[in-house]
Design a protein around this ligand. Sequence first.
Ligand code: ADP
Length: 405
Amino acid sequence: MDLRKSENEGNFDPNQSGHIYQMALDIGGSLAKLVYFTDNEDCAIEGKDGISPEKAVAKSKGSKSCAVLRGKLNFKIFETSKIDDCLEFIKSMKLHLGGSQRQENPGSQTTAVKATGGGAYKYTDLFKERLGINLDKEDEMDCLVAGANFLLKVVHQEAYTYMDGQKQFMDVDHNDLYPYLLVNIGSGVSMIKVEGDGKFERVSGTSIGGGTFWGLGKLLTKCRSFDELLELSYRGNNRVIDMLVGDIYGGTDYSKIGLASTTIASSFGKAISDNKEIEDYKPEDIARSLLRMISNNIGQISYLNALRFGLKRIFFGGFFIRSHPFTMDTISVAVNFWSKGEAKAMFLRHEGFLGAVGAFMSSDQHELKKLLLNEVVQQAPSSVSCTVAGELHGEESIECRVYSA
Ligand code: ADP
């Protein structure tokens, strides 16, 4: 199949930077994630004769180094409660017209789009009625793991550690990736032991996750958006509400069992003795205590599960994290504290898009997928140039240049 054909079939939007060939959706409890590929208009296919990707793949097998496709994986998020915004975006970008997806099923009036998450079931009829899209459902855990494995193998410096305000990017050795614990902090939390491609087990989870932070935070602080709640937590001081070891021990450490005076003994514990009402506390202090409580708890449960299976590396994904320094610091400190420095918390740059990327990669007929997977991941990892453009806050992209050695 020639990916360039989509231009001739009227699917090219002049307002876009390139042609759209494929999209996938992950519609979760809080957020809907959309991933779509656009080629670079001017240099979609590098090489002589304007050859098709199929031919380019064939041709590249015999050549030393041939770039066969250049483009971008684009990422967008929408609140699931405003799923109409997602439908409108798809419509405005003409993503629903399908590009190569339609070509897989020529003559059909509907486009099959890979989709995962509960919303892929809940909104099946809506997508069909409004956009003529058939949501082709993929298992959520399969997609999470496939997305994480793909990103860790393909994207340069996808993973990083965060401690004491310092971000340190890690180059993960592809031959030494497994096993690891994947902790996805979405509305709820899933903990998955990953041992290879498609080889995994969901070993634990907790309902105290991103949805709890946002839900409880909204009730307690009256803030109107998740970003506002995060912003509040940035400015707050948890010591105002949390009961610290020092509060109990008269300002000193409990050094015999390794507890510093600043260690939280009881989250929100000070509120019981303060004789105050909720209005007497600053929303920013409440937000800070809440974020700390939830992040600490997740960090601790994650470590216990890593310990259970002898896993040294823990990768954290999901949109609860949002690259928020305080969230990452708290999780890292919890993992470091409980493991006595043995285990490491690592964060993924595409934190909340793992499932959507996995769904994108699950299309088993698509040439683009074959290019990305076979040419990039399996055959020539060392010759791949795939960088993330800037920090990702839901609307950025991965520049892809697919080579074959
Ligand atoms: P899910 O698939 O369950 O929706 P996500 O990985 O998308 O999971 O993460 C959802 C969580 O991300 C929310 O519970 C909330 O904590 C956090 N979050 C980050 N940004 C936003 C936002 N703009 N609106 C709502 N929640 C957000």
